[in-house]
Design a protein around this ligand. Structure first.
Ligand code: KG4
Ligand code: ZN
Length: 352
């Protein structure tokens, strides 16, 4: 069975072809092993990042125009790289939200037109749930797991059992990726600054500056606005030369910021896994590319016998392979969409 995934939720335009063994109709009851025989044949991503950099963040109008200009080319490139024709596609999976309305509409319109033209089923995919599915391509889905989402727009901890989600915690202010990007901007780096902080941190002293851990009413919620402000003061001090000769460097600041943020995330993720007595932690979102987060999660969870699922770095950012995978899972559960399907910019993880 061949699934075409289409992702246009923000600044990326992506089409992917996923090939899975099995029938072209939903199986009853659905199998948790459905993804085991799946393979990504192509995953083409066209990013408009270079067009936003001078503005220090994503400009929605520029993002949606880029999607519109790129979608047809990206679709044909995905087919070419997979070595298939449009008639070989059995299912179309498209991001329905959350995201920027203009960008979402581009993928949605393209997917609906293609579904109508080819006479094949369409399924709408929640982008946030798809970040978790990036882990499941070629694997059986664990029966229950804790999902840790760390992206540019969202930070949350959810509990998933047999496909049903329960929200246990989320950020009260900035998403973790947003905090990385803002801190990088304060230090004078281009958007998105997460990867730059990651690189700098590797050369710095993580003990140079200590940041106060925020206190939340709900124990599994996050807050990154306090540390962001503390970094702002540290940067100002460094610039105005008020610090002593042994003042921290940019590298020290990046390392101190990163080690605090990662420590808080890992502590909460571990506490939730223990609370729910689960053996699987499934991580998704752009920040899961972070080298320190990856190594700390692996080490701390391994000590407690918890298996950590983190996507390969190539599938941590926004991509259509994860959309295709999630779409096929939903199709197996009996879900399809009509041509009335529309973009939902504020969509949340199901049931949360
Ligand atoms: O999931 P994503 O591609 O887009 C959203 O759906 O939000 O996440 C993008 C975010 C950006 O904030 C970016 O700075 C961050 O992921 N990011 C990183 C790293 N790579 C990407 N943050 C920290 N370390 C990284 N290596
Ligand atoms: Zn994303």
């Amino acid at each position: 069975m061949i699934t075409l995934g289409i992702e246009t939720s923000c600044d990326e335009t992506s089409c992917a072809i996923l090939s899975c063994l099995g029938s072209e109709t939903a199986s009853q009851p659905p199998q948790r092993s459905i993804n085991r025989e799946c393979k990504v044949l192509s995953n083409v991503v066209s990013s408009s990042l270079f067009r936003h950099q001078e503005f220090g963040g994503v400009v929605p109008e520029i993002a949606s125009r880029h999607c519109l200009e790129q979608i047809e080319f990206v679709f044909h490139e995905a087919l070419k790289q997979a070595g298939i024709q449009p008639k070989d596609i059995n299912l179309i999976a498209v991001t329905e939200g959350p995201g920027l309305i203009g960008s979402l509409f581009v993928g949605m319109g393209f997917a609906k037109a293609l579904s109508y033209q080819l006479g094949i089923p369409l399924v709408g995919v929640n982008h946030l749930e798809a970040h978790f599915s990036a882990n499941f391509i070629g694997h059986s889905i664990p029966e229950k797991y804790v999902g840790l989402l760390v992206s540019g727009g969202h930070t949350s901890l959810t509990y998933c059992e047999n496909g049903k989600y329960e929200l246990l915690g989320e950020t009260e202010d900035d998403a973790v990726g947003e905090a990385y990007d803002k801190v990088a901007k304060m230090m004078g780096f281009d958007y998105p600054g997460g990867p730059m902080i990651d690189q700098l941190a590797a050369k710095g002293n993580a003990r140079a500056i200590s940041f106060k851990k925020p206190k939340q009413e709900k124990p599994f919620d996050f807050s990154f606005s306090g540390i962001k402000t503390a970094v702002l003061y540290a940067v100002k001090d460094m610039k105005t030369g008020q610090r002593k000769p042994d003042a921290p460097s940019n590298e020290d600041l990046a390392a101190s910021f990163q080690s605090s943020v990662v420590r808080w995330i890992v502590e909460k993720a571990l506490a939730v896994c223990e609370l729910k007595s689960v053996q699987h932690l499934v991580v998704g979102g752009g920040v899961s590319a972070n080298s320190h987060l990856r190594s700390e999660l692996q080490q701390k969870m391994q000590e407690k016998g918890i298996q950590v699922w983190i996507p390969p770095v190539s599938l941590t950012g926004d991509n259509a392979a994860m959309i295709a995978c999630r779409g096929r899972e939903l199709f197996e559960l009996g879900q399809t969409a009509s041509l009335r399907l529309t973009a939902k910019p504020n969509l949340r993880i199901a049931g949360t």
